[in-house]
Each structure stands twice: as C-alpha cells, then as structure tokens.
Write a protein that binds this ligand. Structure first.
Ligand SMILES: Nc1ncnc2c1ncn2[C@@H]1O[C@H](COP(=O)(O)OP(=O)(O)O)[C@@H](O)[C@H]1O
Ligand SMILES: [Mg+2]
Length: 353
C-alpha cells in the first residue's frame, strides 16, 4: 500500500514538512544531516514498534520545538493514518486511523513497512535481540496479529519475573495463569515465526540467481517442542520456575530464539561473510520478503532503503532498481541525485539547499 501524502510536524529536524508522492520510487536526496533518514524513520512509525532507529519517542520530538510531534499519512485507498506524541506525555504513542484514536497494533493491519538501514550492517554480528526484532518485522508483515501476541507475551513474562522474584513466595494459581498466557501467546509467536521462516526460505531457494548473494534462513535458539507447542511450553515454564527465579527471567521462550542466516553460495554463516556480502544477503532477504508479502497478502509492503545505492557498484545498482521496479512503493535516500540516474520515473525530493 503506497503513501500518497506525508506530513511531519516537529518530527526531529522537520518543523513542518508536507509532501505528495506517487507510488513507485520516492527518492530523497540532500546533504548529510538534511533529514532524509528522519523521514524514513517517520514512515517506519506507521507500523507497530519503535521505528527504524529503535529510539525513544521523546527523542523524536524536535528539540527546539514545543514538545510532541505528529506524523500523518494518507494512503492510496484514501485512508488516513497517523501517530505522534503530545508535550504533556512525550513517551506516550498516540495513533489515529481515519480520524479516530486507535491502538498502535491497528497500524499493522493498514500498512506493512520494511526497512534496511546502514545500522543494520551489524545485524549478523550483534546479539540475537536485533535479529529477533528483524524477524518479527518480517512476520508482522504477513501476520498482523503478531504484534498483539508479542505484547501479551511480554506483559505476562514481566509479571511472572516479578512474581518469581517475590521473596514471600509466589501465589501458585496466579503463576499458573501467567504461564498459561505466556504459553498461549509464546506458542503463537513461535508458530508464526516458523511459518514465515519456512515460506521465506522456500522463496529464497526458488528465486533465480540474481546479482545479490542468496541467503538461506532457519530458526535457531529456543523453539517449542514438536506437537502441541502450547502444552509443551506450559510444561517447560512450570518445571523451570526454580531455575528462572534464580536467573531473574525465563530461560525458555520465544524471547530466546534466533534467526540463522547462511550465504547459500558459500555455505557460510552470514556473520563470517564480509561486510559487503552481509549487506547483499540482507538486501536479497528483504527483496524476497517483499515478494512473499505481496504474493500472500496482495498488500505489498512499503520499503524504506536508507543509503543503499551508495554502497553498490553501478551494475548491482542497476539490477537493484530493476528488481524494485515492480514494488508498490520504495523510498530510497542518497546524498546525490546521480546515484539514482538509472531509476527512470520517480518522485524526487531534494531536502534543503
Ligand atoms: N529531536 C530532534 N530535534 C531536532 N533535530 C534533530 C532531532 N533528532 C535529530 N535531529 C537532527 O537531524 C539531523 C539528522 O537527520 P538525518 O535524517 O539523520 O540526516 P540525513 O539526511 O543525513 O539522513 C541531524 O542534524 C540531527 O541533529
Ligand atoms: Mg541518513
């Protein structure tokens, strides 16, 4: 689903920005610090979660502004979605859908947003948390209920941690109820991830060899036992109470899963590939995922590619633009318009100067 209008108010360095754009390519150019990534970040808030920088909401309000910010978009189907904060509650995310207040999760039903940023260069070498968040965004685009399960799972897990830490001894009935909640939502999270990973890996395996390294993916780390995932996870939590109390957190659960990515051509784990190869793997993954989402849901994701063109040689850049030509809407940034010379028709926006 393409955005046709975007309005930012007091979002980072943009006091007030209003743009009308077409489907297809939207190219943002401008010198360093002009606010290109900030625009992509604003778009990334049109989906549940903390956006492409994973930043606190209070950091996003313009520093010499009145406090609070607003991001509003009109989509091609004429729906209006928006999010922001108010000065009085700088960490409280407000969401509006067609003029009415809504839960953040409602955004996931309207729009899928996927992004690739230079900061994600470290995705394969970092701790599993970043890869889990990446995976969950892939899942969310296919299964909007994923955000709901994640929120409920985390709430139940937090409450259980607190209860287990209580020196008075936890109320067993309450503990059982929380574990039931964790198991219900945790199993749903695990199954949705398994489904996405299997479908995406099949897509990757079947895709024609292109100019970008082919990735193969699999889940690693914690996974529910085969069979009745919910029952197995319930049992695992119950028997793990003592161990989890000592650790201060649950040692089993979907918050302990990981995504394993392999360079198919080399049969090598992504973390051992060169930076350039890792970038190409990630790009190939995101492209395959966009195809998968479009195929399954008929609702192509919005793609935000931050500084991607600058790191590709001219032939790979041309191949990238060609592959993206069929996408619904792709926002790309670059310091120079020349990087996008091969793009053809596009909405071109130059910031500053
Ligand atoms: N909350 C904020 N208020 C005002 N300016 C901000 C805020 N957060 C970041 N900035 C400014 O935004 C600029 C960076 O914008 P960015 O979108 O990353 O630039 P680029 O065009 O290079 O991608 C910096 O100059 C930074 O100081
Ligand atoms: Mg930038």
């Amino acid at each position: 689903m393409a955005v046709v209008r975007l309005a930012l108010t007091d979002f980072r360095n943009h006091a007030s920005l209003f743009v009308e754009v077409q489907a297809g390519f939207v190219l943002l150019t401008g010198e360093n610090g002009a606010g290109k990534t900030n625009i992509l970040e604003a778009l990334s808030l049109l989906t549940p979660g903390r956006g492409l920088r994973g930043a606190a909401l209070s950091e996003m309000a313009r520093s010499d502004g009145p406090g609070g910010f607003a991001v509003a978009a009109r989509l091609r189907d004429d729906s209006e979605i928006g999010t922001g904060t108010q000065a009085a509650a700088p960490e409280r995310r407000q969401v509006r859908v067609n003029g009415a207040n809504a839960a953040a999760n409602a955004l996931g039903e309207r729009l899928s947003v996927l992004w690739l940023t230079p900061a994600m260069d470290r995705l394969f070498s970092e701790s599993p948390g970043g890869r889990r968040r990446f995976l969950d965004r892939l899942v969310l685009a296919l299964a909007p209920a994923h955000a709901h399960h994640a929120a409920r799972y985390e709430a139940a897990a937090r409450a259980r941690n607190k209860l287990l830490a209580d020196p008075e001894g936890a109320d067993p009935a309450w503990l059982t109820a929380l574990e039931r909640g964790m198991a219900e939502h945790g199993a749903a999270i695990a199954l949705a991830r398994a489904d996405t990973v299997a479908a995406l890996d099949a897509h990757l395996a079947a895709a024609p060899a292109g100019p970008f390294a082919r990735a193969r993916i699999a889940l690693s780390g914690w996974q529910p036992a085969a069979g009745d995932a919910q029952a197995a996870f319930t049992a695992e939590l119950r028997s793990g109470r003592g161990r989890d109390a000592a650790a201060g957190r649950a040692l089993a659960g979907p918050h302990r899963s990981d995504l394993a990515v392999t360079h198919a051509g080399k049969g090598q784990p992504a973390e051992r590939c060169s930076t350039g190869e890792q970038k190409a793997l990630l790009l190939g993954l995101v492209l395959a995922h966009a195809d998968l989402v479009a195929e399954r849901s008929g609702r192509a994701p919005l793609m935000l590619l931050d500084e991607v063109a600058a790191h590709l040689d001219p032939s790979r850049r041309a191949a990238l633009f060609e592959r993206l030509a069929a996408a619904d809407q792709v926002w790309m940034t670059g310091t120079e318009a020349a990087l996008f010379a091969g793009v053809g028709e596009a909405t071109r926006l130059h910031l500053g100067g």
